[in-house]
Design a protein around this ligand. Structure first.
Ligand SMILES: Nc1ncnc2c1ncn2[C@@H]1O[C@H](COP(=O)(O)OP(=O)(O)O)[C@@H](O)[C@H]1O
Ligand SMILES: Cc1ncsc1CCOP(=O)(O)O
Ligand SMILES: [Mg+2]
Length: 264
């Protein structure tokens, strides 16, 4: 059945953002070495609370206390995989939602196998670029590294399949972001190409998706709101900066000051 994406309403995104600022969810981030500080600063700017607790024993303890968990495989190594599995297991036992960012899944065997092994462990959501989502769904993709070489529209059916097969939500991002539970599809046509020239915008978005997954209410809508907030803040920032360096700084200020009306 062909289901057409529907543009996600800014008003709904604004309501989710309000809720996020009220709840200030504690987000346990098991993420890659490149984006630690940018991810923590992004969450703080929006009003969530990040913590990177990485030892396997402590990670398991902490993911049961946190409001959400992020698992990002960007610089995966064996010792970290152990902590991720322990954290996911503890999160599941505690009913804590967790989000998978399958960074560079596809061309690299170890991380791709690990990402696949996480799929039956019931992620609340998966957020990746088009090449990553295509690869995770077992379809051919052009990605060679952490950046997408495929347009997000080409990964929409892969996203729906992943969501259906694993009873999860999938956000596939790029020129247009799509968020689906396999049936409904929200599209977010915002953002700016400059966002791909600053490392960590996608990884930070996945942490923000985790934060929004902690909120009460319709989770699909909250995940779409996470994408909308980041893309709109990115677009507003890009209109006013000289390049990637000033973007990275101004983007945090934008997130901090972002008002509901600016999402509409
Ligand atoms: N060509 C583009 N035009 C506008 N926004 C984009 C574009 N590519 C990516 N974005 C935005 O950049 C952010 C990160 O997405 P993406 O680049 O797909 O993630 P990743 O860094 O994991 O590859 C998202 O908010 C997305 O909407
Ligand atoms: C450059 C790099 N290498 C391994 S992880 C990483 C960061 C990727 O960040 P993003 O996917 O958000 O662009
Ligand atoms: Mg990127």
């Amino acid at each position: 059945m062909t289901v057409q994406p529907i543009e996600f309403p800014g008003l709904t995104a604004a309501a989710s953002l309000d809720l996020l600022r009220q709840h200030a969810p504690l987000v346990h981030c098991l993420t890659n070495d490149v984006v630690q500080a940018f991810t923590a600063n992004t969450l703080l700017a929006l009003g969530a609370a990040p913590a990177m607790v990485v030892d396997p024993e402590e990670a398991a303890q902490f993911s049961a206390m946190a409001d959400a968990l992020l698992v990002n495989i960007g610089t995966l190594r064996r010792s970290q995989a152990e902590a991720m599995l322990a954290a996911v297991q503890a999160a599941n036992e505690a009913g804590t939602p967790w989000v998978l960012d399958p960074v560079a899944a596809g061309p690299l065997a170890y991380r791709t196998g690990f990402a696949h092994s996480l799929l039956p462990l019931r992620p609340a959501a998966i957020r990746g670029n088009a090449s990553e989502i295509l690869a995770l769904a077992g379809e051919s993709a052009l990605g060679r590294g952490v950046d997408s070489a495929d347009d997000s529209s080409l990964a929409l059916s892969a996203a729906r399949k992943l969501a259906t097969d694993h009873h999860t939500l999938v956000a596939v991002t790029g020129r247009v972001d799509f968020v689906t539970d396999g049936e409904r599809i929200w599209s977010i046509n915002d953002g700016h190409p400059l966002m791909t020239r600053v490392t960590g915008t996608g990884c930070a978005l996945s942490a923000v998706v985790a934060a929004f997954c902690a909120l009460p209410g319709d989770r699909l809508s909250h995940v779409a709101a996470a994408c909308k907030v980041m893309a709109r803040a990115g677009r507003l920032t890009a209109a006013d900066v000289r390049g990637p360096g000033s973007f990275a700084v101004d983007f945090l200020d934008r997130l901090y000051t972002l008002q509901g009306e600016q999402l509409q």
